[in-house]
Write a protein that binds this ligand. Structure first.
Ligand code: F6R
Length: 249
């Protein structure tokens, strides 16, 4: 596990974008796993800037997002589909037919989960998975208590997660109660993982992730079992770590 500690979210975004760009240039057919939320926004912005300035090509890249709300169409401004289009896809030369998110409006969400798994396998698996970290330790929408052997599945969102995400909606009652998320085992199968952690509100959970027991109660602790993971964290996010843990290994 490598830990890159950077000053702030700007430096985090720059470093994360550099790693993604380097990967896409080296392997133009890269299969990227993508996250939404506030943490990767700056990273996506840097990818767009780099596309404008340096023309890094995404023509042969395929993407799979971690999750999508159940019940929101891709036209809904709060859907992750919309988020990805607005913040990244519409501003780079990626083929929209190669960008995948779980279908939250299919007739049977469980069938959509199986289809998503099949699509990931068909694409040869995820080369580089970008992750954010929930304050309760969730990754994707895998809330505390989710089995480490879970595959893509339908989840009921924890109240704390709905509250954290309500900032994007008109009110808490508008936040969907269900989502489809890649499972923990699905995430762990990515050949490389990049976990982005920013801000003081993540400091306690990052300490648990790095120093606590590996437990399904804190889903992100499973990442310690991944053989190729890099964490990029800013100074505010590492402030609860012991000195020992701040040293890259
Ligand atoms: C988003 C996702 C979530 C977020 C997490 C952190 O696709 O799967 O796990 O990564 O909730 O969100 P932010 O970055 O908003 O703090």
């Amino acid at each position: 596990m490598k830990i890159n500690i950077v000053k702030n979210i700007d430096e985090l975004s720059l470093l994360a974008a550099r790693k993604i760009i380097e990967r896409v240039r080296k392997q133009p057919t890269t299969v990227l796993g993508l996250a939404t939320g506030s943490t990767p926004l700056g990273t996506y912005y840097k990818l767009v800037q780099d596309y404008r300035d340096n023309k890094t090509s995404y023509k042969h890249v395929t993407t799979f997002n971690l999750d999508e709300y159940v019940g929101l169409t891709s036209a809904d401004q709060n859907s992750y589909n919309y988020y990805m289009r607005e913040h990244l896809f519409k501003s780079i030369n990626i083929n929209p037919n190669q960008t995948f998110l779980p279908n939250g409006v299919g007739i049977d969400p469980a069938i959509e989960c199986d289809k998503y798994e099949a699509k990931i396998s068909e694409s040869g698996g995820i080369d580089l998975q970008i992750l954010g970290l929930g304050e309760n330790g969730h990754i994707g929408f895998n809330e505390p208590g989710t089995s480490f052997s879970s595959r893509t599945h339908v989840v009921s969102l924890a109240e704390s997660t709905r509250e954290a995400n309500s900032r994007y909606f008109n009110s808490l009652s508008d936040v969907p109660t269900k989502a489809i998320t890649m499972g923990i085992e699905t995430i762990m199968e990515a050949r490389e993982v990049l976990l982005l952690v920013s801000g003081e509100r993540k400091a306690k959970v990052l300490r648990e992730v790095l120093e606590g027991t590996i437990t399904e109660k804190v889903p992100a602790t499973v990442l310690r079992n991944h053989s190729n993971i890099t964490i990029i964290a800013d100074e505010a996010a590492v402030k609860c770590l012991t000195k020992h843990c701040q040293i890259s290994s």
